[in-house]
Design a protein around this ligand. Structure first.
Ligand code: SIN
Ligand code: FE2
Length: 213
């Protein structure tokens, strides 16, 4: 548990996945990319391409495009097919670390190569705000930046290395965060280098016990 200044609810678990676990997860991701290829997401309105490539696993996937903006969809935008299932070890990690009563519904896969980065943003397209966001880093180290709930709040940079897991829960669930850049050549996990980030999210509010389905 590592409190981030006064930003409660942020936890960094360095090296939570050992090398064999990272390799197993990498292979699980690889295997699913055939069915759900990485694609270039586009910003709402401008249609400008993002610098990361994306795909998703699980019942819902986070997507963005020029005409319809940020949202969750049950199918891949290019293939029209449902997203592949979530690797079992991610579901286990969610259970072990979040204590949340329902499983995650989306695993966003961000692939960073070369100068790819991600601007400061809040994960805000989910109805289940009470669930933390769980993120796993594989491959080259990233310079991660996290601030407060206002874009103008001071930010702090930290490194996310292969096998690190972080949780944004509580007040930190609404914190601005992003990736400044990737440090090339810092990991041997991915044969061509780069970084994969896997972000697990609960999207819909789970039915409370006793509520008719
Ligand atoms: C994200 O906020 O969606 C990605 C963060 C990361 O790549 O670590
Ligand atoms: Fe995010």
């Amino acid at each position: 548990m590592k409190p981030l200044g006064d930003l409660e609810g942020f936890r960094l678990l360095p090296g939570r996945l050992d090398r064999p676990a990272q390799e197993a997860l990498r292979d699980d991701v690889w295997a699913r990319l055939k069915a759900a290829p990485l694609y270039i997401p586009r910003m709402p309105k401008s249609g400008a391409p993002m610098s990361v490539r994306m795909t998703n696993f699980g019942p819902l996937g986070w997507v963005t495009d020029k005409d319809h903006g940020y949202r969750y969809e049950p199918a891949h935008p290019d293939t029209g097919r449902p997203w592949p299932d979530m690797p079992a070890q991610l579901l286990e990690l969610w259970d072990a670390l979040t204590g949340y009563a329902a499983p995650p519904e989306a695993c966003l896969v961000n692939y960073y190569e070369g100068g790819a980065k991600m601007g400061l943003h809040v994960d805000a397209d989910e109805a289940a705000w009470d669930a933390p966001v769980l993120s796993v880093s594989l491959g080259d180290t990233a310079l991660f930046r996290i601030g407060g709930v206002l874009r103008s709040d001071p930010t702090r940079g930290l490194r996310l290395a292969s096998g690190d897991v972080c949780l944004l829960g509580g007040p930190a669930r609404r914190a601005f965060h992003g990736i400044d850049r990737i440090l090339p050549g810092t990991s041997t996990l991915l044969p061509k280098g780069g970084r994969i980030n896997l972000t697990l999210r609960r999207v819909t509010v789970p039915a409370s016990p006793g509520t008719p389905a």
